[in-house]
Structure formats: C-alpha cells, structure tokens
Design a binder for this molecule. Sequence first.
Ligand code: ADP
Ligand code: MG
Length: 616
Amino acid sequence: MDKYEILKTYFGYDSFRDGQEELIDSLLRGRDVLGVMPTGAGKSLCYQVPALLMEGITLVISPLISLMKDQVRALNSAGIHAAYLNSSLTPGQYRKALDYARMGRYPIIYVAPERLTTEEFLDFARNAPISMISVDEAHCVSQWGQDFRPSYLKIARFIDKLPRRPVLGAFTATATREVQDDIVRMLELQSPRVLTAGFNRPNLYFSVQTPRDRYAVVKNYLQTHQEESGIIYCLTRKTVEEVCERLREDGFLATRYHAGLKDEERQRNQDDFIYDRSPVMVATNAFGMGIDKSNVRFVIHYQMPKNMESYYQEAGRAGRDGEPAECILLYGGQDVITNQFFIEHGQDNEELDAVSRALVQEQDRERLKKMTFYCFTNECLREYILRYFGEYGEGYCGNCLNCLTQFETVDVTEIARSLIDCVRSCGQRYGINVLIDTIHGARTAKIRQYRMNENPQYGAWSKEPAYRLRQILNYLLLKGYLQTTNDEYFLVKLTEKSRGGLAGEERLLMKLAREQEQLPKEKRSRKRKGKAAAGLSGVEFTEEAQRLFDKLRALRTEIAREEQVPPYIVFSDKTLVLMSVQRPKNKKEMLAVSGVGAFKYEKYGERFLKCLEKNG
Ligand code: ADP
Ligand code: MG
C-alpha cells in the first residue's frame, strides 16, 4: 500500500490536508520534522500514516493517559493494532502488552514519558526494531509553555540509549518562537523540516456578547442547541459549581470539572462528557488538554479569560472535525477585575524574584488588555485573533459576529468630548461605571456621594442609551484616547492623545451596530449555521438532511453503547453530515463518503446503509 491507500483504507479520507503530506514524506525519507499546526488540523495522521508504511515500531510519546486511550481507541476502531503503555495498566496487563509488542503485533505504541527510563521498558526498546519516535504535544518539553512536563526532558537521553537513532517527529499546536526553539533544542532534532501551518480555523464562528444576564444567554443557547455537545468555561471554581448547578436544575445534562474536585470525580465527569452522557461540560481552564473529542459544537466562555493565548486554545477545542462550531465569549466589566486579581495574587510566579515577577505581571497586564480589546472591537474578530498571533487575515471573514452585523458609521466626536472632559473634570479619579452614570445622568446614591451630579457633564447624554455610551468609552480605550490604570481600581485616565482635549477639527468615526441588530442574535445565528454547514461540506444541508442526520446520530449512539467507545470514535459528526447529504445506497457509495474506511465499513457499513434506506 502507498500513503494514499493507507489514508483511504484505514482512515477513509480521500486527500491529505495542508502540510500533512510534506511531513509524512519527510519522515519517510528519514528526516526529522517539527509540525506546528492548530488544534484539529490533523497532526496524528502525520505520524500514523508513515508508521504504517515503515518497517518496525513507532513509539508515540504522549503526556496524558486520556489522550493515549483516545488515540488507541480510534486506531483500533480503524482496524490498526495499537497499544498504550502507562500507569493505567496493571503490572500484569503491562507485561502482556510488552510481550505482544515483542512479538511485533503493534506497529504503533503509545507510551508515557515516565516509562522511558524504567529498566523494563528500556530493555524492550533496546531490543525492538524502533524506526520512528513521535513526540505529541511536544510543547510540554518547554518551560515557556503552560504545560511543561519535566519528564519530557528525558526523551533525548532515552533516544541516546537506543542502538540506532530512529527518525524523530515532534508535533504541537503552540505557536510561539521560544517554544519552537525549545522543542528543537531539548529533543535534539537533527536539521528538522519545520512546518508551520496557518492558525486560521475557518469552521469556527466567533462572537462576543456583553449580556446583562449571562446565565440567561447560556440557557437560551442550550435550549436552541439541544443534543449538541459543548464546553462552558468559567474563571473560577465557584462559578463552575454555580453554573453547573443551575443548569442541572433547569434540566440540562451538564457536568463539571475543576482542579478542586477529587481525581475520581474529575475522571468520571470527563468520561461522561466524552461519551456524550453529559453533553455539556462546565469547567475551569484545568479542563482541556487531553480532550480530543471531535464533536464539540460550541465553546462558551462564561467570563473573559486572561489572555488571547488561553482564549484561542480553549475556544479551539470546538469543531475538531472541521464541521461548523461556535465560539462565544460573554464579557462583563467584572471579568477584567477578576483577572487582575489573579495577576496580582497569582500563585504561578512564586518562585520568581521580585524583579522578574514584576516583569511577568507587567506582561500579563498587557496581555489582559489585548484580550479586553478583543471584546470591544467592531472589526473582524478572526482578523483580530490572527493578527495577535502574527498572521494577516483578510479583514473580513464572513463567519464572525462583527462580519455578520450591519454596522453604520457614526460620528461620535461630541460624546467622546464629553467623556474625555468628564475624566478630566473629576480629576481622573473614577472608573468606567461612574463615568457612564455621570454623563447618562443616573440618580444613584453613589453619584451623589461622589458629587458627580455637580459635574458639568452630568446628564449631558441622558437620552443616549447607556450601552451606547459604554461602547463609545470602550472605543476610546481601544484607540488609546483613554487608558485604565493597571491596578485593582481600574481608574480611567487621560493619555497623550487626549490630554489637550480633542483638536477642534478632529472627527471621531466609529462603526456601531444598527439598533435592530442588537436583539435577535439567536435567530441570525441559526440561519447562519445552515449556510456555514453548506459552505464547509460543499453541499446544502436541508431540513431533510438534518432529519436523516438525527437518525444516523441515534444509530451511532446505539453502536457506541454496545462497543463502549465514545460516539465520535465510531464516525465523526462530519462523516454523518456527509452521509445524510450524499445518501449512499450501496457499499461502493458508502466507501466514497469521507471518513468511511474499509475496516469501519465491515463493522458498521451495513447498519448505516439500512438506516439510510429506512429513512430515505
Ligand atoms: P490535532 O492533533 O492536530 O489537533 P487530530 O489529529 O486529532 O488533530 O485530527 C483532527 C480530526 O481531523 C480527526 O477527526 C481526524 O480524523 C481528522 N483528519 C485528519 N486528517 C484528515 C484528512 N486528511 N482528511 C479529513 N479528515 C482528517
Ligand atoms: Mg493531537
């Protein structure tokens, strides 16, 4: 078999994605590689395909048991013999797996980095024909990254001990230069072919909302997206528990995950999510790496995370299968304060000396600011993200809230003047809320207490809706006309640009959503979804197809229960979408559906054909 036949027979795909072929060819020629590709790009195939073409064994080093299990399950269900060696096996099982491995039963073996240095494993490895070593989640070797694993540092020494150096592949989704350099150095890659794929994920829809009632938004979303699986990220453990509890009371199948729970509960909840028993996971950022679930249809951030790196990584867990998925961020001013608190009182940097620590905090504040601006911008959200990571988008993606909102250009100069004047006349002593309340003319005790009702700007814009005033104030922050202090008070201050007031002729134009666009977000989102699905699968997803899809999905759940594997291991959402649109009638047509390989056809093909026939 050649690589194309392997791709079709085992994985059911017709063509390689961007970058995959180059990495595969390089490994097959014996040259090391470093593959930097975003989540869901298909890094696993880059070493699995050559592993099946090479003589001998491929070792895959992976940081987490759950990741290994998931990958081995997926390979087995595609008809490929693979095994994992980690602490989840009993000593008996471990020895047995090693025996099989010695007999040459597994072309691919997943191993935890801690195992590499054990006598038993070394003895096996020295005497086995190991032709390739693939290091998955290779950023774990870097102390710059957030997932540093000391045991990854032992990989290079392990390789030294082998009688012959196998070809090395390293794979990660982490973009930064420092981490990439670290990977090459620490793993001692030899003049590797480095391939960095673009970070754009066209199937992800991005939106930011600033709702008064976040819970109501989430509830509404879940009600209109029943049977879809997704993650809701919160900043604190307490919020996780509150949100999860309320969702359960409201009848949703939600589960939770954070570092404060016992191992046992964490494991159970994670499994419930992966197996679709609890389609909704409410979690802190402790939940994530190790989740290769491909049918996560939405990631909602209940609160704004601390920086764009975290945001894109977490949001990126949606839509691994390439089907449309939504990433929604719910922003509230309080989030900034919570994140600032973490920066000031974080435990992360305790081992640093005072100077380095101040430096790190400074950087963290800067990153928080950029994250906050993401929530304010009216430009294309994807463009904002890509630019943050040093790439250039096209300015208009057509698949984010801002691109789909009808904006009008409004001259906000006069309101901006009032705001700037208000900041100056109160001695730069107050935060955003007080300023908004002042020019809006609120009659609150706080305003009277601060005597802002005597400010010349008090009530100057009482007829303008408060959210508009807030948008304009945010815009002034975004454009550097105003700034906030980097302390816990978050006071609004003047800048170089505004200290002398706006120049007489200077006009400030701003894109603002048309009034009617503010409300029916949900409706638009539904409509858009159909379209996006059509765009990605290259076909119209009709109501008829949707009905069929639901039937196929039910069958998938049934099979998954019988075989005790997660549903997405049977077939991905994408494959089911294609089935329901292409409606294959026989074996040949079924094998032509992307994601249906020969082995899976033997196992499930008939049942899905029957289901299609019955409901077609
Ligand atoms: P990564 O490790 O880069 O995050 P995975 O290797 O888990 O991504 O792959 C993500 C999804 O993409 C999987 O469901 C995989 O089967 C699918 N995939 C990979 N390569 C292809 C391809 N060439 N064609 C279609 N689907 C693919
Ligand atoms: Mg992966």
